[in-house]
Design a protein around this ligand. Sequence first.
Ligand SMILES: [Zn+2]
Length: 180
Amino acid sequence: MRFALPLLAGLLLSTPALAAKGHSHGVAELAISIEGELLSIELEAPLDSLLGFERKPQYEKDFAKVREVAALLRAGDKLFVPTAAAGCILSSVKLESAAIAPELLGEKAAPTAKADAHGHEHADLDAHYQFKCARPAELKSIEVNTFDRFKRLRFIDAQLAADKIQRAAKLSAKSRKLSW
Ligand SMILES: [Zn+2]
């Protein structure tokens, strides 16, 4: 699921359709929104950039890789570091991918969840994070530390939507902080 970011519509240059089919390997998208004390972060990454393969996990080593990646992604407060003064605490993480059974990602199996990606298509993994911030007015930046952990992920197209603030930036290992 993506956030609706109506204020940013004009900045969304190249990907009107956010379906997995259109992604570029090595490039993820990040949508950040701030509403009151709630900081929401959604990362949408090609499976290839996280796992090194882009198909349903089949073999024991695939399952092990998915578990390893899920554990890294669940440590959301290591991957995404908000301004310390804002006092933001990670309150929830949800991982989903059409190619991977929810249980393997550490999610409770939902009756409606289905893993049905076809082998020849692109597939994404979406990670949804919520932080609660004690002093949201102090929130001025987020450092993104995905690049050290996922070497195949080279760029992140990041967008921020908050009250009266919009930002878009291309992040990389050398430029990993979104500031506003
Ligand atoms: Zn792909």
